[in-house]
Design a protein around this ligand. Structure first.
Ligand SMILES: C[S@@+](CC[C@H](N)C(=O)[O-])C[C@H]1O[C@@H](n2cnc3c(N)ncnc32)[C@H](O)[C@@H]1O
Length: 278
């Protein structure tokens, strides 16, 4: 199923559930990044490509009633979730949800006195846009000088896979990369983001790689494994692979899962904290 503004992963229920689970698995690392970046009470933060809003809720709690969150998102289905969450948060939380295509127009003004944001949070969005420099410029122009942008974007997607390698899982990763590229993005968006930040008026304060090793039976296993299980049917739906291919990938994943010694490495994320120059 594809609805208005959808990106290549889709916005069906299984994908929304996956994003929620994913956020739970990453929450501690994300809060640590926000803390080191100095995001806190009273600030105005833009959640860039907010998805269904799991991080938006956490940001709203973090900035509190004296700050606020602007959530920008293109997908209609995710916008419905964002509006519902904003309503649930109540009038005390300042959450503004905007239907917005980052490639087309500047990010809407913040609710702060000067309309600028103190911080931006951008996770797994640069990988789906056709122009990372445009995305970075959108973020720069909505931040006040000295404002921070925090990114979690992939630097080397092919880190993703089973160790010891399993052919079906390796083939899946290649098929996923090809699907992202064919839809106009590039999973390895962190490098282009660093280049665009450098050229586009930012100082990069921190860049740290994050690769995680999941073992069968651990909750984290279900993040890299769960993406394979939800994206295999999506690749089939998009007509990119056939039934036999899907069966082989899923069988190899299950074989890895039955082997207590196997490891699923997650695709390398680069955490970038960058500050807008004057
Ligand atoms: C993998 S999801 C990540 C969502 C959220 N940032 C998170 O971490 O859970 C990518 C999001 O980027 C959004 N997106 C992609 N291209 C966009 C664009 N040009 N303008 C606005 N949002 C976009 C998608 O609709 C989707 O919600």
């Amino acid at each position: 199923m594809t609805t208005r503004g959808d990106y290549v992963l889709g916005s069906h229920d299984a994908e929304i559930e996956r994003l929620g689970f994913q956020h739970g698995q990453w929450r501690d690392l994300v809060h640590d990044a926000w803390r080191r970046a100095g995001i806190g009470a009273g600030q105005w933060v833009v959640d860039v490509g907010a998805g269904p809003g799991f991080a938006m809720d956490d940001l709203a709690a973090l900035v509190g009633a004296t700050g606020g969150v602007t959530a920008v998102e293109r997908s209609q289905r995710y916008l419905d979730h964002l509006h519902a969450r904003a309503a649930r948060a109540g009038a005390g939380a300042h959450i503004a949800v905007h239907e917005h295509d980052l490639m087309l127009t500047p990010i809407p003004r913040a609710g702060s006195a000067d309309g600028l944001h103190d911080a931006a949070w951008c996770r797994w969005v640069a990988m789906f846009v056709p122009s990372v420099p445009t995305l970075v410029e959108r973020i720069r122009s909505t931040l006040r000088p000295g404002g921070v942008a925090v990114f979690h974007e992939y630097a080397h997607y092919r880190t993703y896979g089973a160790q010891p390698p399993r052919q079906g899982v390796t083939d899946f990763v290649e098929a996923a990369i090809a699907s992202f590229r064919d839809s106009g993005g590039d999973p390895d968006a962190a490098g282009p983001a660093l280049r665009a930040l450098h050229a586009g008026g930012f100082r990069v304060r921190e860049a740290r790689p994050i690769v995680r090793a999941a073992r069968p039976g651990q909750p984290l296993w279900d993040w890299p494994a769960g993406f394979i299980r939800t994206y295999v049917p999506r690749l089939r739906e998009l007509g990119r692979v056939d039934e036999a291919w899907c069966a082989r990938v899923l069988a190899d994943l299950s074989a890895a899962e039955r082997d207590p010694d196997s490891v699923l490495l997650t695709p390398m994320v680069l955490e970038i904290v960058a500050e807008r120059r004057e």
